[in-house]
Design a protein around this ligand. Structure first.
Ligand code: CA
Length: 646
């Protein structure tokens, strides 16, 4: 009550003050704003920048009955080109043009209401902190560490309980409750991540999910401009970004253009009748998410490519809600389209991002996604975006990658796609007994599919992620298979992504595939943990062994041009042995998988075209030296990774 009174008082003072200022304000054009005024409930983007290629920005203004207002701006270099009313009386959309001569600074937007009163909102245009070309996105020289932030490290127990949010507190015994991990928890452990050899960090979304349950995963955003206070503040997010930057590591932001959370602030008063698809779902779902009447997506993702797809199926795919608690945003509404694109750019600019991972890529309108990716790449020519298409079909992976010649003429502007196909090939290849068409042949032929890709090395590959059973579980606890899979992943022409905890053999044996379990707490991230994977305290020898193995491989990979950009040659698997090489003029890396328990004497004459005869090579893991001559003894099951670089 006290807060309400104060707010009303502030508003009253602001209105009186603005009324008094009306006449003088109009004469003083482009004077610096001396008093910041915030009469308006919400203006988004909350600020913008000068110096973008795209001179236009569209502001969403939300305030009771603001639709009746006439807006004016007096600031050199900024013109208010057009004002749009919405279906709801409580919104206005302002099209601003920011000329090349506009200077960074603050100015007032004056909203003249019908009853002679005024509201004033101070808006800021900032200077850009670095050149557009300096936003360098992740690429094949990077190795990405994927983190579920709620489950990695709780550095700040004070933000575990935040008043006023729908889901309260933490419960570490409950897989689907919040556990308390936060942004500072990631920042505090960058030494560990960097030391392992990772060069990029992808935290799952950290924007607010003010949802009554399951908020920990982050994919049901209820405000696209606000960090979830349980993860920290915008300053904490910026600190993570700048600490990564000072280590020359990249921050990848996980964004969602397809949907929001059911409790998103705009759901109670949508600007337009077509702001989200199937708006009627909201009324049905407010009190019961599992309402069966919800029009959810048919998840027939191939309707994006299928030349025979019915309109009905395609619409069911694109417009249906992802799940009943996630309203489907309508990107065909041009105001929504602008909103999402500007929001993405706002975050790239605010955090100095090294990439975006875009969730559920095939679900929004694909023409919009092309514009979205294109708009970002237009502003940041060296940036990277990876889109998630959960498909094991390489044709779909190829379809989404920029420059691919598609039958329907679609051009995605998307540099990187997710390689679910390779994930399955690797797991199957190592789990299966060898035969003519089973086992290593899956990996070999899986990689052979690269002929279909515009740029294989720009595709992001992985063995598991926050939605999939952990790789150690997929291999039924077989450490040697896990290591072979990882070494292959880190050698092939791809951008590798590894899920946190893989390095200590985290598993989901108790209930394979269960999301809450896949996202288990990282040991040592919480005060009082008896095991601490950051320090090694309490880890088993097997866990320490995997940490050391990955550290060796990743740190070699970090400066290996052959792995980043080299030519690839591989030889069809024979007798349970599969040989692959990556080569530049100065470096050859040979990756040999041996699935046999017995010692193998590998005849090297078959690999003559690698030009290694008589050369000394180093084992990347053990640092032992071997001479590449007539034959090579493979005395244990596992992978042997050799290099000519010392
Ligand atoms: Ca916390």
């Amino acid at each position: 009550m006290k807060t309400l009174k104060l707010t009303l008082l502030t508003l009253l003072v602001a209105i009186v003050f603005s009324c008094q200022e009306t006449t003088s304000e109009k004469k003083v054009v482009s004077e610096p704003v001396t008093k910041i005024q915030n009469d308006i409930e919400k203006v988004e983007p909350p600020h913008w920048w000068i110096g973008f290629k795209n001179k236009n920005v569209q502001l969403l203004v939300k305030h009771p009955n603001i639709g009746k207002a006439t807006a004016t701006i007096n600031y050199t270099g900024v013109s208010l080109v057009e004002t749009h009313k919405a279906d709801s009386p409580n919104y206005l959309f302002l099209d601003l043009e920011i000329s090349g001569t506009a200077k960074a600074g603050q100015f007032n937007i004056i909203f003249q209401l019908g009853d002679q009163s005024e509201l004033i909102q101070t808006y800021e245009l900032k200077s850009r902190e670095k050149a557009a070309e300096d936003y360098v996105g992740f690429n094949s020289s990077d190795a990405t560490y994927l983190i579920t932030p709620d489950r990695f490290a709780n550095a700040n127990p004070n933000n575990d309980f935040v008043k006023g949010l729908l889901e309260q507190g933490i419960d570490r015994t409950e897989d689907y409750a919040r556990h308390g991990g936060d942004l500072q928890g990631i920042t505090n452990h960058l030494d560990y991540i960097e030391d392992l050899g990772f060069t990029a960090v992808w935290p799952c979304p950290v924007l607010i999910n003010d949802m009554p349950s399951g908020s920990y995963h982050g994919y049901a955003m209820t405000d696209f401009y606000k960090v979830d206070p349980r993860f920290g503040t915008l300053e904490d997010y910026k600190k993570l970004a700048s600490d990564l930057d000072s280590r020359e590591m990249k921050l990848i932001m996980d964004q969602v253009a397809n949907h929001c959370g059911l409790e998103h602030w705009w759901m109670k008063d949508l600007p337009f009748k077509d702001w989200v698809n199937y708006q009627g779902n909201y009324e049905k779902n407010r009190d019961n998410w599992s309402n069966e009447k919800t029009l959810t997506s048919n998840h027939r993702r191939t309707t994006n490519q299928d030349l025979y797809a019915s309109k009905k199926d395609n619409q069911g795919m694109t417009d249906g809600w992802f799940v009943s608690g996630m309203p489907d945003l309508n990107q065909r509404n041009p105001f929504m389209a602008n909103y999402i694109i500007q929001n993405s750019i706002w975050w790239v600019e605010t955090l100095g991002l090294g990439g975006i991972r875009q969730d559920t890529y095939p679900y929004p309108d694909k023409e919009f996604m092309s514009n979205w990716a294109g708009s970002i790449m237009e502003e940041y020519p060296n940036f990277s975006i990876v889109g998630e298409e959960w498909s094991y079909n390489p044709l779909l992976i190829a379809y989404w990658q920029d420059g691919h010649k598609n039958a329907d003429g679609y051009d995605s502007n998307l540099k990187s796609t997710m390689d679910f196909a390779m994930q399955k090939h690797i797991v199957d290849a190592l789990n299966e007994e060898e035969s003519w068409d089973l086992g290593l042949i899956k990996m070999y032929e899986g990689l052979a599919n690269d002929f279909a890709y515009t740029s294989p090395k720009d595709i992001m590959a992985f063995l598991d992620n926050h939605d999939k059973s952990r790789v150690y579980t997929e291999f039924n606890g077989d450490i040697r298979n896990t290591k072979m899979a990882l070494s292959y992943l880190l050698t092939i022409p791809r951008i590798p992504q590894i899920y946190y905890g893989t390095e200590i053999l985290m598993d989901d044996f108790d209930n394979p595939g269960d999301h809450g379990l896949i996202r288990t707490d990282f040991p040592g991230g919480w005060a009082g943990d008896t095991v601490n994977a950051f320090t090694g305290e309490g880890l088993s020898d097997a866990q320490k062994g995997m940490q050391a193995y990955l550290k060796k491989l990743l740190n070699y990979r970090k400066s290996s041009e052959a792995i980043h950009d080299g030519k690839t040659i591989h030889f069809g698997p024979q007798d349970g042995v599969y040989v692959l090489a990556r080569m530049t003029e100065n470096e050859t890396v040979v990756h040999i998988i041996n699935k046999n328990e017995d010692t193998q004497d590998l005849d090297l004459s078959r690999f003559e075209e690698l030009g290694l005869n008589g050369k000394i090579l180093k084992n990347i893991i053990t640092e032992e030296q071997v001479k590449w001559n007539n034959s090579l003894v493979l005395n244990q099951k596992g992978s042997l990774i050799l290099t000519t670089k010392f």
